[in-house]
Write a protein that binds this ligand. Sequence first.
Ligand SMILES: *[C@@H]1O[C@H](CO)[C@@H](O)[C@H](O)[C@H]1NC(C)=O
Ligand SMILES: *[C@@H]1O[C@H](CO)[C@@H](O)[C@H](O)[C@H]1NC(C)=O
Ligand SMILES: *[C@@H]1O[C@H](CO)[C@@H](O)[C@H](O)[C@H]1NC(C)=O
Ligand SMILES: *[C@@H]1O[C@H](CO)[C@@H](O)[C@H](O)[C@H]1NC(C)=O
Ligand SMILES: *[C@@H]1O[C@H](CO)[C@@H](O)[C@H](O)[C@H]1NC(C)=O
Length: 500
Amino acid sequence: MFCSGWLVWFTRFALVFLPSEAAKPHIIFHVIDDFGWDDPGFRNQQISTPTLNMFHEKGITLNQYYVQPSCSPSRATFMSGRMPLHTGINDWIPNKAYGLPLGETTLPQLLSTAGYKCHAVGKWHLGFFQTEYTPTFRGFDSFYGYYEGSEDYFKHVTSGGFDLHRESQPRCGPGCTQLAWQDVNQYSTNLFADEALRIIDRHNASEPLFLYQAWQGVHAPRQVPEYYVEPYLHRINDTARRAFAGMVTAVDEGIGNITKALEEKKMLANSVVIVTTDNGGPIVDCAGIGASNRPLRGGKCSLWEGGTRGTSLLFAPRYAQQNFAWQGLMHGADWLPTLVEGAAEQRILPGATKPLDGMNVWKQLIGNLPSPRRELYYGLSDSSVGHHGPALRSGHWKLIVGTGGGSGDHPPWWRNFSKLLNLTDDHRPRLFNLQEDPEERCEVIGQDERVSSMLSTIHAYQASSVPQRQGDPSCPSFAPHKSFEGPWLGPWCDVAEVVV
Ligand SMILES: *[C@@H]1O[C@H](CO)[C@@H](O)[C@H](O)[C@H]1NC(C)=O
Ligand SMILES: *[C@@H]1O[C@H](CO)[C@@H](O)[C@H](O)[C@H]1NC(C)=O
Ligand SMILES: *[C@@H]1O[C@H](CO)[C@@H](O)[C@H](O)[C@H]1NC(C)=O
Ligand SMILES: *[C@@H]1O[C@H](CO)[C@@H](O)[C@H](O)[C@H]1NC(C)=O
Ligand SMILES: *[C@@H]1O[C@H](CO)[C@@H](O)[C@H](O)[C@H]1NC(C)=O
């Protein structure tokens, strides 16, 4: 399983198949769920990720890239190009009657207008209370995956019901969507990789492809076929971390299989392959099962660097000047304009979307130039939900108002440090200099002017925020549907079904 002979083969011969300059690139967008800073093999040699290591060696490693501290908010930024304060998705979406608002224009909708065929595989977690919120109504031509945020990797069950759907056409919905009961007992990482292979196999390579590949791995629960864990028996002593490493390797193998399929179909040389996490690795809070963000402080569900500075790579053989670590500041919301206007060269016309928070950083990213983004608001639009904050990054300064959230204790100095910071006092602004102190060990004092200027920027952001989305009160409360095969998850508030 650690063999990567084809990677060597590929990197030697791929450039022979350079496409014509005009063809829009295929875009493969891998989201690895809950993947920590310290979890890819190119940062931690204990873990085997030959495919990610190849992307790291032959492509671009994003070193100052940020995501939201939990899943739905980040996925909403990928899809809409807008920040949580403007989508109202500040925390993971529970089974309540809301989702990514229908007024948001999505990345696949925009890419479709540029001629792309768009497919989604894996986790959705942007709402499914009504059919209109499901992926094939949000711009995707097909979907194979689950609507909720996590589930059993083999049984595909969560919240009391089966959640693995196959939707084979745009606006699929009732009568079209199929439950994939036949896939019970198969590991989702294999299922999702195989689905991508089918999509690539059927795809007409002279049309541009957008594949949104949202892996279930490496989110809780900690489940993986023993086959992937065995090679770690003598490498990792901690049994949780060992099984987690197996989950990571399985996802890396799936990404490898997809990359190989692109290569075999002569599509890879004209592909932009992106890998991103949706948040930092969960350490203690929010279902930590073995991820690590060392040496960064904190984890998922916190605004510390460990929760928000995300692992991300870009592998795009067609574009020059590869193989570097990009130091430019970037946020997950930037992918939408970066891919649509940058990679696909499709202008987003005024009014085609709501005002974007994301910035097109394509030229700077592939050209290894300074980022146009100077500032990043990590904050939440409603302090009653989600995680502590708000926080602002301005240049290399970061101001966290409050505790930053989370009780992650991974770095060995954490316990002592949290005493120093007095994390029970949660309304004070705390300033850090990320250039000198990327691990957020030392609070900077005596910079009152900087702090008050950053606070007023935070207040300006807050003034533009919309309220956190709440469930539609006219909908019944969530319950799985019943069928002969068993209970299953699906829209529970379609207008036709609501009994008034
Ligand atoms: C990758 O492909 C190999 C060879 O077909 C297969 O044995 C393996 O299960 C695949 N891995 C995943 C994660 O699907
Ligand atoms: C593939 O796409 C091209 C460009 O749209 C089209 O001309 C061609 O007919 C398509 N091939 C097939 C087999 O559909
Ligand atoms: C695993 O534990 C054994 C026995 O305690 C120890 O000798 C070995 O150094 C440990 N290995 C690692 C990789 O930590
Ligand atoms: C934490 O503080 C204790 C007591 O002051 C000290 O003995 C210990 O070395 C400290 N640990 C670290 C990692 O700094
Ligand atoms: C920490 O902050 C709390 C709340 O402001 C305060 O009651 C407590 O005395 C502080 N503890 C220390 C050790 O400063």
